[in-house]
Design a protein around this ligand. Structure first.
Ligand SMILES: C[S@@+](CC[C@H](N)C(=O)[O-])C[C@H]1O[C@@H](n2cnc3c(N)ncnc32)[C@H](O)[C@@H]1O
Length: 332
């Protein structure tokens, strides 16, 4: 256990606070409550003075905990609002933290611009922040009405409205099935294409209600959750960005430095698991080979053979943490 980490929840971890400080911390938590903080810090094991890339800064919760260990941070996020919030939150760390609004797939270019060849660790905490999810106007929520937007980076052109109103039925079926793992993908795509002929989809609740009418309500989850996840992943090109980001960050790790990745659904987790596996196997074997061959991509050592998940206490305090999975690997 990292000695600098407290067993207490992090918002009480810095000793007595004045009223203003307390109000600021409540605001930070309402922005986003970071998940698996203790586990991430323990396994990432940042060294004082090392440079850690926090590729998904969000509300700055993990960034701040890394800074508290004495490591410096290059904090990235593609959402300008997240960067603005983190900038204010982290002012007291001065030059020890550098913030950039950028997709983590371009982390290599940012490091080059800063003249940094290698890094002492990297963190990716994927998906959306609570602030993004809860801001109706960002269009991520199935229950808060807003425009069908879902762009984490507002500079991108593609929105959820464009997808839902202009993709072919086959394309919609593919993203609902592949990104949403939605069993009723075929039925939903075909009905939405019929419905949009009379009225274009513009708002989140309009779409959520249409999907609910098509598939009915089963269980506690909103029936449009998978469709919304699929649209978000398509709008933000999430799986391709993840694959590229993993490569860029893992390639920049100095020997002994670690990369920690927190995922929130099985598609992301599979990509991370396979990436770590492909880079940590010593030997490769194929039926047509007479004997196993050394793996030319060997560059990592697995730190977590199984993903680390939040304990009961964290799941109770923060229900959003329930699906979180943390995997960590070390550069050899
Ligand atoms: C779960 S939140 C991170 C929360 C953060 N760890 C904290 O403690 O507050 C995910 C963040 O990653 C950002 N993000 C997702 N994909 C990204 C990408 N490809 N490049 C940069 N930022 C990304 C989102 O905009 C969001 O702010």
């Amino acid at each position: 256990m990292n000695a600098l980490l407290s067993e207490r929840p992090i918002w009480f971890s810095t000793g007595p606070m004045d009223v203003e400080e307390e109000a600021q911390q409540m605001d930070d938590i309402s922005y986003h409550r970071p998940v698996l903080v203790t586990e991430t810090l323990e396994l990432l094991a940042p060294r004082a003075g090392a440079l850690i890339v926090d590729a998904t800064c969000g509300g700055g919760g993990h960034t701040e905990e890394i800074l508290r260990t004495g490591a410096d941070v290059l904090a990235l996020d593609q959402d300008p609002e997240a960067i603005e919030h983190a900038k204010e939150r982290l002012t007291s760390y001065g030059g020890r933290v550098t913030l950039r609004q950028v997709n983590f797939r371009h982390a290599g270019e940012v490091l080059d611009q800063l003249g940094i060849a290698n890094i002492g660790g990297a963190l990716m905490d994927l998906g959306v922040s609570a602030r993004q999810l809860e801001s109706a106007e960002r269009g991520f929520s199935v229950i808060r009405n807003g425009p069908l937007d879902m762009r984490m980076d507002p500079r991108r052109e593609l929105t959820a409205a464009t997808i839902i109103n202009s993709y072919s039925e086959e394309e919609l079926r593919r993203i609902f099935r592949d990104f949403g793992e939605e069993p009723a993908a075929r039925r939903i795509a075909s009905q939405l294409v019929k419905l949009r002929k009379t009225t274009a989809f513009q708002d989140t609740v309009q779409l959520a209600k249409a999907v609910e009418k098509i598939v009915g309500r089963h269980g506690r989850r909103h029936p449009a959750t998978q469709v919304f996840q699929a649209l978000r992943m398509e709008v933000n090109d999430e799986l391709v960005a993840l694959t590229e980001g993993l490569e860029v960050l893992a390639d920049r790790l100095e020997s002994g430095a670690r990369i920690a990745v927190i995922t929130f659904h099985s598609l992301e987790d599979r990509i991370v698991k396979n990436f770590f596996r492909d880079r940590s196997r010593r030997l490769l074997d194929r039926p047509e080979w007479t004997e196993p061959q050394p793996n030319p991509d060997l560059s990592l050592r697995l730190i977590t053979s199984k993903p680390v998940e939040p304990g009961e206490n964290e799941q109770r305090i923060n229900p959003r943490s329930r699906s979180a999975k943390l995997r960590v690997a070390e550069r050899i």
